[in-house]
Each structure stands twice: as structure tokens, then as C-alpha cells.
Design a protein around this ligand. Structure first.
Ligand SMILES: NC(=O)c1ccc[n+]([C@@H]2O[C@H](COP(=O)([O-])OP(=O)(O)OC[C@H]3O[C@@H](n4cnc5c(N)ncnc54)[C@H](OP(=O)(O)O)[C@@H]3O)[C@@H](O)[C@H]2O)c1
Length: 388
């Protein structure tokens, strides 16, 4: 029986993780759940799974949750704040930590789980994008296990499990192209948040859905892949594949190309991460190759998706540039979701913040956190002063 903490249990990945766990009650037990403000969903999860700990980061919400749990699940201990997240990520008797908080808020607890040598199921790509080498070193030094949950990286993990890293020539990350793949470029600036987060293939949280529309998601994934698989920027290709059936591919020196296929359903990589090196039933719809028959591939146009190049540039710069890129993107996406800027302003703001980098600190936690804060202030200043 493996004891599990789910960071971000009320989100799209968190909910799917609970679905998979529920199908295997003999193998997994929910030790702790966390959320930020979504009391209604979190309360139901606490009553159903009766975790030992429930963390609501927002203090007011934590007090309300505690009150509401008195009747149905008084045995659940309610914690709050970043201390609560760190406590449940680092518990001695937790085996696996699903890192499914969105954005930079997931960095410290995910690093905490790495320090304690847990198996980390990494959905929260922003944590790795921000901290890169620091994160990978922490995993190695503490014998933690790092299993990527992003479907692309999970696919590559599956395709490289028996490989020697030096035999890889290229990694090909596939991308659906998002909702605006075929939108005339002149119409992009008038796209609304609702249109941006209506993803054609995946049901995901709002931030990653907007990231998919700008394809910053793929940019973050290029950075993520370079750290996870120790592959250079130039050897990571991005390939648009609108059907989202091939989740990514690896080309080897001898010309062999290995790919992982499946219907687009996050329960597959989640189950893989939970069961690895075994496999468990997921009850997802099976892939029928006769049904899909034709698969398409095309290049990502630079003019439509400038965020990919911005991410590659940050990766090339190194230091804290990726943390700065990530922070500027988080601010810009949030402002777009709140209808304060246009869709096309997102990449302009990030580029503007990046062009103001006058320093390139080494990758310590202090430097990452301080440059993350600097980039957020800078992005807000650009929006406030409307220098767009
Ligand atoms: N969804 C997917 O299919 C998918 C696929 C690949 C990778 N990912 C990655 O997985 C992560 C989660 O994505 P998602 O789509 O599941 O996001 P989501 O649906 O927006 O869920 C985010 C989760 O994080 C919690 N959260 C938000 N802000 C927080 C804060 N400041 N402190 C602590 N917790 C906070 C939320 O709690 P509340 O509900 O209380 O706000 C929720 O539980 C992202 O990094 C994303 O890039 C997702």
C-alpha cells in the first residue's frame, strides 16, 4: 500500500489522480490533500477520502473548511499556508507526492518532496522550469524518483526507459496547436479568455489552457524536457499534431523513432506514474487505429506562436531567465483571464520583461525567488503603464 499526498487535488490533474486511485484501493491510500480556495470541491474530497491531513492554503478558507468538516469528517486535520503544504509534501510516511499545483506556488512543496526522497509525479512543470538544475540536483542527491506526468514527457520517459541517454539524437514534442491553430493572425488580438481556454482536445485548468493557446505551454515543455532528459535546446523539436494521439517521439542515432500513442486522457500518464515500473488498469477508451486512420503533422509558425522562441531564448540564457520567463507569463495570463489585456499582449509583455534582464543570477533558491518577484513587478508595471 502506497501512501500519497496530492498537491492541488481540486484541479484537473488532482481530480483525475483521485479517479485512478479510487480504482485501486488495494494499492494506494490518500494521506493528504491540498487546495487553495475551492472549498466546495475540497470538502467533498475530504469527506470521501478522509485524508489524515487537508491543507487549504488560503487561511479564511481553511477556517471555514475546518468548521464544515466538524460534522462529517472530524478526524481530518486541517492545515494552512505554505507551512501546511511543506508539512504534507515531506511527511515521513508518505511514499508518493503528486505535484499538481499550478504555477510557481508549487515550487517549494515539490522541492520539499524531492529533499525527502519521495517519488514525485511531476505535473507542475513550472516548478522544474523555474528551478532547473537546483531541482534536478535535489532529486539526485536525495534519491528521489521523478516521473513526468505531462503527457509529452511521460511519453518520452516511456520511450527512453531502456535507452542510454547518449544514443538519443532528438526529442520530438507533439502539440495539438490549441484553439487558434487555424485562426487568421489578424483575429488573434480579439480572442476572449473563454475562446482561449476552450481546448480542442484536453480538459485542463485555465492557466495551462491559455498556455496551450499561446503555445507557451510547449515552450515550458522544451525547458522541462531539457532538464528531465538532459537534451540540448537544439535537439528538442516541436511538432504540431492536431489529433493528439502521438504524445511525443524520440529519435535515436540509428534512425529508429519510438513514439507513445494513446487517446488523449491524463489518466494514462497518471496511472503510469503511480504504478511504474508496473502498469495498472485505467478504464480509458482504447485506441482504435482504424478509427483515427489519418494523423497530421506540421511545423509551429513562429509568427503565430512567439512564446516558443521566448522560452528557447530563456533556456539558452540560463541562470534565472527561465524563472523570469515563467513569472512574466503567469502575470500576463492572469491579466488576460481577468480581461485586462489582449491575447496578443501576453507574448509582448513576456518579451518586454525578458528584454529588461540586466542580471543573470546563479540558480540558487534565493535568486530564483527574488528574480521571480522582480519579473512579476516588472510585468505588472508594464501593464499598469500600458507600455504595450
Ligand atoms: N490539466 C492537465 O491536463 C495538465 C496536463 C499536463 C500538465 N499539467 C500541469 O499540471 C499543473 C496543474 O494543472 P491543472 O490543469 O490541474 O490546474 P488547475 O485545474 O487550475 O488546478 C490547480 C490546482 O492548484 C491549486 N492552486 C492554485 N493556486 C494555488 C496556490 N497559490 N497555492 C496552492 N495551491 C494552489 C488549485 O486549488 P483551488 O482549486 O483551490 O484553486 C488546484 O487544486 C499545472 O502545472 C499544469 O501545467 C496539467
Amino acid at each position: 500500500m502506497k501512501e500519497i499526498t496530492i498537491l492541488g487535488s481540486t484541479g484537473s490533474i488532482g481530480v483525475n489522480t483521485l479517479v485512478v486511485i479510487s480504482q485501486h484501493p488495494d494499492k494506494f491510500n490518500v494521506k493528504a490533500l491540498t487546495a487553495n480556495t475551492n472549498i466546495d470541491v475540497f470538502l467533498k474530497q475530504c469527506i470521501q477520502y478522509k485524508p489524515e491531513y487537508a491543507v487549504m492554503v488560503n487561511e479564511d478558507c481553511a477556517s471555514k473548511l475546518e468548521e464544515r468538516l466538524k460534522k462529517d469528517a472530524p478526524e481530518v486535520s486541517v492545515l494552512t499556508g505554505i507551512d501546511g503544504l511543506l508539512t504534507v509534501a515531506e511527511l515521513d510516511d508518505v511514499d508518493y507526492v503528486m505535484a499538481a499545483i499550478v504555477g510557481a506556488a508549487g515550487l517549494l512543496p515539490t522541492l520539499g518532496a524531492a529533499k525527502k526522497g519521495k517519488r514525485i509525479l511531476l505535473a507542475n512543470k513550472e516548478a522544474l522550469v523555474m528551478s532547473g538544475k537546483l531541482f534536478m540536483d535535489t532529486v539526485i542527491e536525495n534519491n528521489a524518483e521523478l516521473i513526468p506526468i505531462d503527457s509529452e514527457h511521460n511519453a518520452i520517459f516511456q520511450c527512453t526507459s531502456a535507452a542510454n541517454a547518449s544514443s538519443i539524437s532528438n526529442i520530438m514534442l507533439t502539440a495539438s496547436g490549441g484553439p487558434f491553430l487555424n485562426t487568421p493572425l489578424r483575429e488573434l488580438s480579439s480572442k476572449t479568455p473563454k475562446q482561449a481556454y476552450k481546448h480542442p482536445k484536453w480538459e485542463m485548468g485555465r492557466k495551462i489552457s491559455v498556455d496551450s493557446a499561446t503555445m507557451m505551454n510547449k515552450g515550458l515543455e522544451v525547458i522541462e524536457a531539457s532538464w528531465l532528459f538532459n537534451v540540448k535546446n537544439e535537439a528538442i523539436k516541436v511538432l504540431i499534431h492536431p489529433q493528439s494521439i502521438i504524445h511525443s517521439l524520440v529519435e535515436y542515432k540509428d534512425g529508429s523513432v519510438l513514439a507513445q500513442l494513446g487517446n488523449p486522457d491524463m489518466r494514462i500518464p497518471i496511472a503510469y506514474g503511480l504504478a511504474w515500473p508496473d502498469r495498472i488498469e485505467t478504464h480509458v477508451q482504447r485506441l482504435d487505429l482504424l478509427d483515427i486512420a489519418h494523423l497530421e503533422f506540421k511545423e509551429a509558425e513562429a509568427a503565430r506562436f512567439p512564446c516558443i522562441q521566448l522560452a528557447r531564448e530563456a533556456l539558452k540564457q540560463g541562470g534565472t531567465s527561465c524563472a523570469i520567463l515563467n513569472a512574466a507569463n503567469e502575470v500576463a495570463v492572469n491579466e488576460f483571464l481577468n480581461k485586462r489585456i489582449k491575447f496578443t499582449d501576453i507574448s509582448i509583455i513576456i518579451e518586454s520583461v525578458m528584454s529588461d534582464i540586466t542580471h543573470n543570477s546563479t540558480n540558487t533558491l534565493d535568486a530564483i525567488l527574488s528574480d521571480d518577484a522582480w519579473a512579476r513587478d516588472k510585468a505588472e508595471e508594464i501593464i499598469r503603464d500600458k507600455v504595450l
